[in-house]
Design a protein around this ligand. Structure first.
Ligand code: AMP
Length: 395
């Protein structure tokens, strides 16, 4: 695939800039509530330390909108990373500038320095040239392990790579690319894609691309109701994107004779979106006016399960219902368990579907859990990701 991996690069004594995704959730007390992203980056960091590189870590955190804001400081992350690594991690006062340069000059082999939030500079998201050159001047080797940010052409994911001879992927990034390409390039058949979540408009590109690749497309979640309305069903007060109805109908027509596009046939409908509200299992023809459909029903689960259990490749993005509320979570959890039970190579991406497989306790039975929802969708959509393309040159 023409991409160097970190363990194929010469690292000893080198200043190694590693773009990581430390954009972790923090609570009001600035405590990290989920450190999965930090843990995922440890193999790459440990490897570079062990190989005698000087590790310069860089990440964004939240949306400080190009201004220095202590609320978005990476200080809590430096502390957690230090605990996880079992060694000191210094936090630089900024991500560019003379002071940072001095700190890097004093680094010894195997030491770790975390740069301050890249997005304290608006030039980062603007992929500005001088800022890219400033970042590049801090290092000898560039490593990208931030798959979750690979669909953005920012200075730290794309711009700076133009000014560095040796660029490589980290272990996490490489695993993401290899797993997703397995589903893209030569998927074993039957290939079943499951799409859910709130919006059709977010997933149009993926649906279009998948129509030429998959054998079966299962659509659930809030987005299913735009399709059902397009087919002429009364959907009550269920979620709908009126401006996507025409397109949904064209997608349904386009799928005919090519792939199986399966929509829900029954639902958990409720008087309103509330755990206390009256609810009922209803078929497409019997959705009460004024009610909302908040999960797929048992008949739909059964039909979806048959497809999932006979698949050889599965791609899943987006929950089947409002799974955050217990009464409407059964459809999503049933799908999570079935994806885990199937013999298929399965890929699950997107924060909510990943949360569902974690909550269902089946994460270890999934072929690949993608750390980047948006990035994995864009890759499956057939787009070239700037952060990955930037790595395709000889080291
Ligand atoms: P997305 O970010 O597009 O993947 O959407 C995820 C969100 O879709 C979750 O917060 C779900 O609660 C929501 N969702 C799933 N199914 C439905 C539904 N039937 N009605 C309303 N919201 C839904």
């Amino acid at each position: 695939m023409g991409i160097l991996r970190v363990d194929q690069a010469e690292l000893k004594g080198k200043r190694v800039f590693v773009r990581v995704d430390f954009n972790v959730p923090l609570d009001e007390k600035k405590e990290i509530t989920d450190d999965t992203r930090i843990i995922s980056s440890l193999p790459t960091i440990r490897f570079i330390c062990g190989a005698g590189g000087k590790v310069i870590l860089a990440s964004h955190l939240g949306r400080p909108k190009g201004k220095r804001d202590p609320k978005f400081s990476l200080a809590p992350i430096a502390e957690r990373l230090s605990k996880l690594l079992g060694k000191g991690v210094s936090l630089a006062p900024d991500c560019v500038g003379e002071e940072v340069r001095g700190q890097i000059e004093r680094m010894k082999e195997g030491e770790v320095l975390l740069l301050e939030n890249l997005r304290f500079h608006q030039e980062e998201e603007k992929n500005e040239e001088t800022f890219s050159k400033d970042l590049a001047s801090l290092c000898d080797v560039y490593v990208n392990d931030a798959f979750g940010a690979a669909h953005r052409a920012h200075a730290s994911t794309e711009g700076m790579t133009r000014y560095i001879q040796t660029v490589a992927s980290g272990f996490l990034m490489m695993r993401e690319i290899e797993s997703l390409e397995k589903a893209l390039v030569n998927p074993q058949k039957p290939y079943v894609a499951i799409l859910g979540g709130a919006k059709v408009s977010d997933k149009i590109g993926v649906i279009r691309n998948l129509q030429n690749k998959v054998d079966t497309l299962l659509i659930g979640g809030g987005m299913a109701y735009t399709f059902l309305k397009a087919k002429g069903f009364s959907i009550g007060k269920s979620l709908v994107e009126e401006d996507q109805i025409g397109l949904s109908l064209r997608l349904i027509e386009g799928a005919k004779g090519k792939i199986k596009l399966i929509l829900p046939s029954d639902h958990i409908a409720a008087e309103r979106m509330d755990v206390q509200a009256r609810r009922e299992i209803v078929t497409n023809e019997k959705i009460p006016s004024g009610w909302v459909c908040l999960d797929i029903g048992p008949e739909t689960v059964k039909i979806f399960l048959e497809e999932i259990l006979s698949a050889r490749t599965i791609f899943w993005n987006g929950p089947m219902g409002v799974f955050e509320m217990e009464p409407f979570s059964q459809g999503t959890f049933a799908i999570a368990r079935a994806v885990a039970d199937s013999q298929a190579f399965s890929i699950v991406g997107g924060g909510d579907s990943v949360a569902a497989v974690n909550q269902a306790g089946v994460a270890d039975k999934i072929g690949h859990i993608s750390t980047g929802g948006g990035a994995s969708l864009e890759l499956i959509e057939g787009k070239k990701l700037p952060g990955i393309e930037a790595l395709r040159k000889d080291g």
